[in-house]
Design a protein around this ligand. Structure first.
Ligand SMILES: [Zn+2]
Length: 176
């Protein structure tokens, strides 16, 4: 699966490039702003997209950890860094500034779906706390629904479900 960005609103459109041949022109209608645009599939363009997708999960090793988005029908794999404090996670939308914007067409992911708070305790250990932001479909940790006003401590490798999307917490390495 490949993606193109809408020139008008920046929304990503995912398509199956294996159905097309090099040199063929494709016409897209953006499902966010309805703009129609076309691209021509060329070898250089496909290579550029591939290069961009080579994301190193170790890149954020010294920071506050990251969120790995598992590739599915709505989105490609993404690794998004966390920062200290509140990290709002949701469907990326141009003009909305959140800490963890996920590029996806998942209709069941809210634009401010849930929040992970990252803080360091007195011993210097990073603590990750998840809460739901009143999302329509809820936030699940290891298939358990996060209740209203509930704060759930999560650890490295925790599997979260937001709509039809699965994300994994990669905690930062402990500093000694
Ligand atoms: Zn658009």
């Amino acid at each position: 699966m490949k993606r193109v960005r809408c020139p008008k609103c920046d929304h990503y459109i995912i398509f199956d490039e294996t159905k097309y041949e090099e040199g063929q022109s494709l016409v897209f209608i953006c499902d966010e702003c309805k703009k129609q645009f076309s691209i021509r599939i060329g070898a250089s363009k496909l290579n550029a997209i591939r290069k961009e997708e080579k994301i190193d999960e170790q890149e954020n090793k010294d920071s506050f950890g990251s969120i790995v988005v598992v590739e599915n029908a709505f989105a490609y794999k993404q690794v998004l860094p966390l920062k200290e404090g509140d990290n709002v996670i949701g469907r990326r939308n141009k003009g909305m500034n959140i800490e963890v914007p996920i590029e996806t067409n998942d209709p069941n992911m809210d634009r401010k779906h849930c929040t992970i708070n990252v803080k360091r305790n007195k011993q210097g250990k990073l603590l990750y706390t998840l809460r739901d932001n009143g999302s329509l479909c809820g936030t699940f940790v290891m298939n358990e629904l996060v209740g209203d006003r509930e704060q759930v401590r999560i650890e490295d490798g925790a599997i979260l479900t937001l709509g039809a999307t699965t994300v994994i917490l990669r905690a930062a390495e402990e500093r000694q």
